[in-house]
Design a protein around this ligand. Structure first.
Ligand SMILES: [Zn+2]
Length: 303
């Protein structure tokens, strides 16, 4: 199968009907053909347009069960349009924007869909960063009051950022909300984002001490006299781009509770910024969407 549409015209042609959307999901979910999620048997009766019944154990499944589309009352054609819209907007989109473009009756539905899609922006088996990686933290959510490092205050959230450096240029990035700037918070972020053996470039903050015992090489940058700007230039560029994006796309209305999903969206877009085809992003998002456990409204607001 052709992996993804190259432009809007192709998209409209390839995903005009429920059947076309279902078939696409089927190929993404079972590229080697259907198998039972319970007993792995490869034979099934097709009992409706979308339902399959395992010939071995009788378990019933559909192409959307166990994916982010499970229990949806809306057509897949509408979902696919939402995904095309979200991935073709270079700088992201707001719930209001999505509601308008799809003609959804409720803002709430648009908001919920966007959150479900943000969850599908992170691939469950993505590769870690490697090579030389700059790491720093920043506060998001309120004006910088110059509070002490490591002490999250009020509505501010502390975010750790890792930036891969290839030939002096910014490569892929990772971000995560962390509790504080202690080594107890920073080390797990680095270990989950960066391959062992890589070089971690940071400032001299003591939260970064002890990484060499965990298999990383360390390069600590010290500020030249009164010139903090020359420190960690790559990660600082990414931090200012992130802050601008949060202000622009979300008009700054990003609650601390959902910040980690906005960060996922930012990383998804940033790491694919050089991708020529927006169709590629559409494909990646759908690929993750069929592999993710469904999340309900309750799950999403419970965060
Ligand atoms: Zn079975």
């Amino acid at each position: 199968m052709k992996e993804y549409p190259m432009n809007l015209l192709e998209f409209e042609k390839e995903f005009a009907t429920e059947e076309q959307c279902r078939e696409y999901l089927y190929q993404l979910r079972w590229p080697e053909g259907y198998y039972c999620p319970r007993c792995r048997c490869k034979e099934a009766w097709k009992i409706s347009n979308e339902k399959y019944k395992c010939k071995n154990c009788g378990y019933q499944t559909s192409v959307i069960s166990g994916t982010i589309f499970q229990d949806t009352h809306k057509p897949l054609t509408l979902w696919f349009r939402a995904i095309w819209y979200v991935t073709s907007q270079k700088n992201g989109t707001s719930a209001l924007g999505l509601q308008g473009i799809l003609g959804l009756g409720s803002y709430h539905t648009a908001w919920l869909w966007l959150h479900k899609l943000r969850r599908a922006m992170i691939s469950p088996d993505r590769d870690k960063l490697h090579g030389t990686v700059e790491v720093d933290e920043t506060y998001i959510g309120a004006p910088d009051t110059g509070g002490k490092r490591g002490r999250g205050a009020g509505n501010k959230a502390l975010v750790a950022i890792a930036v891969e450096i290839n030939d002096q240029k910014i490569g892929r990035i990772r971000m995560s909300v962390i509790d504080d700037a202690s080594s107890k918070s920073l080390h797990p972020f680095i270990e989950s984002s960066v391959e062992i053996g890589s070089t971690i470039v940071s400032d001299g903050w003591n939260g970064y001490c002890g990484l060499s015992e965990k298999g990383f090489a360390q390069a600590i940058q010290k500020p030249k006299a009164n010139d903090n700007d020359s420190l960690l230039p790559h990660v600082h560029t990414v931090i200012s781009l992130l802050k601008r994006w949060l202000l622009g796309t979300l008009q700054g209305s990003c609650s601390k509770d959902h910040l980690s999903y906005y960060l996922d969206e930012y990383c998804f877009r940033f790491n694919r910024r050089k991708s020529k085809s927006r169709g590629m992003l559409f494909y990646r998002l759908l690929q993750n969407a069929v592999r993710l456990q469904p999340s309900s409204y309750k799950d999403i607001i419970a965060k």
